[in-house]
Design a protein around this ligand. Structure first.
Ligand SMILES: Cc1cc2nc3c(=O)[nH]c(=O)nc-3n(C[C@H](O)[C@H](O)[C@H](O)COP(=O)(O)O)c2cc1C
Length: 164
């Protein structure tokens, strides 16, 4: 993997997140988890390059993000769509996601990412906030929350970008 700057990411980031999907991961060698995400953003905030991701309270991955200072976002070629479908439909509470998908976790000093990823973004968690229906100007957004399971938004400062 080669380290690049956030502004050197060549692919369309909107497509990468929303259409190709990503794995959001946190933890360490002893204990980690990952899940598929397709809601998220990348850009600038508070004068820093940041990623924001949105995690519902029932996700097992949430406790790893809450318990870590860092998280990663990994992007893959289309060949790995089935692996992302597994990580987006099964919980790490019930399956071993590495064994079920063949994805190989790599641990660096701050987070976990996957050997097969074509692009890895490591983020330092700098802010989080729980969504509330009080703040929805367009009330139709409530349709996403029939179960009252409002996302927590995590904002991560991009600390490294690795490209295959
Ligand atoms: C394409 C796709 C996108 C998803 N995006 C999100 C997301 O942005 N936020 C979220 O909380 N869950 C999202 N999910 C659902 C989680 O990936 C899913 O519930 C997963 O099984 C959680 O795993 P865990 O319990 O091991 O954390 C998505 C699922 C799929 C298939």
């Amino acid at each position: 993997m080669k380290e690049i700057l956030p502004c050197e990411i060549k692919e369309n980031v909107v497509k990468l997140i929303s259409k190709d999907w990503a794995l959001l991961s946190a933890g360490n060698e002893k204990s980690w988890n990952t899940m598929t995400v397709s809601w998220g953003m990348m850009g600038e905030l508070w004068g820093r390059d940041v990623v924001s991701v949105f995690v519902r309270p029932q996700r097992f991955t949430k406790q790893f993000i809450d318990g870590s200072d860092y998280f990663s976002l990994c992007f893959f070629d289309d060949d790995y769509k089935d692996a992302l479908k597994i990580c987006g439909s099964k919980s790490g509470r019930d399956i071993d996601k590495a064994a079920s998908t063949g994805l190989v976790p790599v641990f660096d000093k701050s987070s976990v990412y996957f050997e097969q990823a074509k692009l890895v973004i490591i983020c330092r968690k700098i802010a989080c906030s729980e969504m509330s229906d009080k703040n929805f100007i367009d009330k139709s957004i409530n349709e996403c929350y029939a179960a009252g399971d409002f996302h927590t938004v995590y904002i991560g400062e991009i600390v490294s970008v690795l490209e295959k």
